[in-house]
Design a protein around this ligand. Structure first.
Ligand code: ATP
Ligand code: MG
Length: 759
């Protein structure tokens, strides 16, 4: 089992009891060490499979870990506590829902559901949504929860904040009434459950003797506190992570937890792994060179025994469409050469980029699978079906109620719903609970809907899960509705896919953090569990899964497909070939990051994560212009391309300078000395490697009044001083420029309004 590991890896796997931190770069085998340690602990009888708890970053990696574990050991991994923080907390809360103050069938709100619940609340309470934009409220609520704070614990230093706190309070009440919890609530509730309920806490503290955490650099404060609490009875904490891959600060992750962990727990018990087993030389060296531009690092060195391998290929195209087409053509030739499709990944910084790539793949007939993004479970038709299913298990879920009470149309109008809302508020009940208080025609229609739900619920008792879904899709009227719709075919297919997903889920169920075993199974495999008989029906488990799942189910099960995802979603994964697309200033690094403290370094870590996903082939691609959010944007080549030594790069299209010489002064050392000439973008020579269909970008600029603005141009602003245009978007009155000013950083200005001189 450990024979194939190197010395440091073996040392980490076989550490005696006690806390430890493995701090090591990408591809050095951290995840492998963690999994092997679990197997080793079990094999050497130091712990039973049920005395282990392992936290992974995605459900996909939890599944992979369990598969790997069963390949190392002849054990049944069902029922083991391996999953994401959210998955594990969900499991804990299901098992102890009464102590946690939740209904047995509580439903999970994903972020979109949460936002609509907040909007509904703001509207019903007559709150000014200019003053309290729902998104800001959402961020405030989640941020507070992630710090472990309930409304009464949040500091109220001014009137506006008091307003936010009051909305938070009302939102909590609404969630309680409806029996729903959001993502952050899963964690906070589970934390509170353990901290307030001594018998439960002590039970789990005794039970989990070894707690292992992957991707530790991206834990937030509450997660860390949850772990400390669980480990409070003497468990050994084993954390693995890489500070260079900390990419979730925007969601409250705190890389400082690594230092805190080293100080409070590991105490010098820090193991470093330095050999990279994933990437070939050019790829690894490029990634190392890039990340060396970050100042705040714990510092690591990685080397590989693999040879240099192929250089990193760079390709610049005229437009995003051509970029996507080029990527697809290259993928086709890889596939023709016998490469496995699922070993090829296309990555992007922002979800908005995926549409063009998906389209090109779709047109070429290559099967593909998108992770994250508009997740399968977030599609309109799937959400409608899920809403019916949720109402079956919990008719008080107002979000779901409002989603489908009149979908398909049943003549229940906004006025009726307003009356119903008033009645529910007066009675302190859910909408469902207030149905009987409405009379007349509208009352009858509402009763008919409640009756429909009752029938669906009744049937659900008898049917297996996939059939429940089929039944619901049919009897709710969704099927007829989409059959009559112009583009309903896709939607019907997705609904069928939901049935398939349920069938697959029933097959796998219980693998990842779901306590859905039969009682007999539980008694045999999990004698330590104090949760008693299973508390979740297959339908409930499936609904949790739909809320927590990162959308892995999109491709037909088992299909060999090209993998599409954001860089964030690619964390921890690896592929033979990786295409990192959209390497343009403003996109990657993302424009928002340039004005935030530490933003650029986080973007660079993100780029490091992207590059280190590749085993054998890495492609970096970019487009001179792209349509984003309905506007054509022109941008310069990403600075990240300049931070990789030329020796590792192979330009497939001529490397043409796109940056003005003025950049050197304002943008830090990585920009200077590159010898760029201003205006090169403007006079871009023709690049023969490009397709003849490509629109030339000889006028890659924007005209406003008398002036012609171009990328790379030097400008002067009365207040901000001298700067260089690094991005342009829009036309005429809407035209905007992103300008890197020498003294005040990057600003986006409306060209029609800003008083700019061309210098
Ligand atoms: P990341 O930081 O990206 O999560 P990681 O440090 O977790 O990376 P792993 O995913 O565990 O790295 O390992 C990277 C690859 O190297 C995997 O394919 C793994 O199986 C392989 N590997 C790790 N250690 C060894 C070894 N000693 N011998 C052969 N292959 C190894
Ligand atoms: Mg890993």
């Amino acid at each position: 089992m450990i024979g194939s590991l190197n010395e440091q890896q073996q040392a980490a796997v076989t550490l005696p009891e006690g806390h430890a931190l493995v701090l090591a770069g990408a591809g050095s085998g951290k995840t492998r060490v963690l999994t092997t340690r679990m197997a080793w602990l079990i094999q050497t009888s130091q712990v039973s499979p049920f005395g282990l708890l392992a936290v992974t970053f995605t459900n996909k990696s939890a599944r992979e870990m369990l598969t790997r574990l069963s390949s190392l050991l002849p054990i049944n991994t069902r029922g083991m506590w391996v999953g994401t923080f959210h998955g594990l907390c969900n499991r804990l809360l299901r098992a102890h829902h009464r102590d946690a103050g939740l209904p047995q069938t509580f439903q999970i709100l994903d972020s979109a559901d949460q936002l609509s619940a907040i909007k509904r609340l703001i509207k019903a309470a007559g709150i000014d949504d200019d003053k309290y934009p729902p998104r800001d409220v959402q961020r405030f609520i989640n941020g507070s929860k992630e710090q472990g704070l309930r409304p009464e614990q949040v500091d109220a230093w001014d009137a506006h904040r008091r307003g936010l706190i009051s909305i938070y309070e009302q939102y909590q009440a609404q969630c309680e009434r409806e029996g729903v919890v959001d993502f952050a609530e899963l964690l906070l509730r589970a934390y509170e459950l353990l901290s307030r309920n001594a018998p439960i806490r002590e039970h789990y503290q005794r039970r989990f003797q070894h707690i292992l955490i992957d991707e530790f650099q991206d834990t937030n404060d509450l997660q860390y506190r949850w772990l400390k609490l669980l480990a409070g009875g003497g468990a050994s904490l084993f954390a693995v992570g890489d500070d260079d891959q900390s990419i979730y600060a925007f969601r409250g992750a705190n890389v400082g937890n690594m230092a805190a962990f080293e100080r409070d727990y590991a105490k010098g018990n820090v193991i470093r792994l330095e050999q990279n087993y994933r990437s070939h030389g050019h790829i690894l060296d490029s990634a190392n060179a890039l990340i060396a531009h970050n100042a705040a690092r714990l510092g690591k060195n990685l080397w590989t025994e693999e040879g240099e391998g192929e250089p990193v290929r760079v390709c610049e195209q005229g437009t995003d469409l051509l970029e996507a087409q080029w990527v697809v053509d290259e993928i086709k030739s890889l596939v023709n050469d016998g490469h496995t499709r699922s070993d090829i990944a296309v990555l992007y910084r922002s979800n908005a980029q995926s549409r063009v790539i998906e389209h090109a793949l779709f047109s070429s007939g290559l099967p593909y699978k998108v992770y994250g993004g508009l997740r399968f479970f977030e599609r309109q038709e799937v959400k409608h079906a899920l809403a019916y299913l949720r109402l079956i298990t919990n008719p008080n879920d107002d979000t779901s109620w409002l989603r489908v009470v009149n979908f398909p149309a049943r003549g229940i109008g906004a006025r009726t719903l307003e009356q119903l809302g008033d009645a529910a508020r007066a009675a302190g009940s859910s909408l469902y609970g207030a149905v009987d208080s409405l009379s007349g025609k509208s009352g009858l229609k509402l009763q008919a809907f409640a009756e429909l739900l009752a029938q669906l619920t009744e049937q659900a008792h008898y049917l297996p899960l996939p059939e429940i879904i089929e039944h619901v899709v049919h009897h709710s009227g969704l099927r007829d509705f989409y059959m009559g719709e112009k583009e309903g075919e896709d939607r019907l297919e997705n609904l069928q896919e939901l049935v398939n997903a349920a069938a697959v889920f029933v097959g796998e169920e219980g693998m990842v953090g779901e306590p859905a075993l039969s009682q007999a199974a539980r008694e045999t495999v999990d004698p330590l569990d104090m949760a008693g008989p299973p508390t979740m029906s297959p339908l409930d488990s499936f609904l949790s899964h739909a809320s927590l799942e990162a959308g892995d189910n999109q491709a037909r099960a088992g299909e060999d497909a090209i993998q599409l995802m954001t860089v964030h979603a690619a964390k921890g994964l690896e592929f033979d070939s990786v295409f990192m697309t959209g390497l343009e200033e403003g996109l990657f690094p993302h424009e928002n990051s340039l004005t935030e403290q530490g933003g650029l370094e986080e973007e660079r870590r993100l780029m490091y994560v992207a590059m280190t996903r590749a085993r054998k082939r890495l492609y970096l691609t970019l487009a001179q212009s792209r349509m984003l959010h309905g506007q054509t944007r022109y941008a310069m080549r990403s600075r990240f391309l300049e931070e990789i030594p030329d020796a590792h790069l192979k330009w497939l299209t001529p490397k043409v300078s796109t940056m003005g010489a003025a950049m050197g002064s304002g943008m830090g050392s990585s920009w200077s000395g590159s010898g760029y000439r201003r205006g090169d973008a403007y006079n871009r020579p023709s690049t023969g490697a490009m397709s003849p269909r490509e629109p030339r970008l000889a006028t890659s600029g924007v005209r406003v009044g008398e002036k012609q603005f171009r990328i790379g141009q030097g400008v002067h602003h009365a207040k901000f001083g001298d700067g260089t245009i690094i991005g342009l978007s829009g036309m005429g009155n809407d035209a905007q420029a992103q300008i890197q000013f020498r003294d005040v950083g990057t600003k986006t200005l409306a060209l029609g309004v800003a008083k700019l001189d061309i210098v």
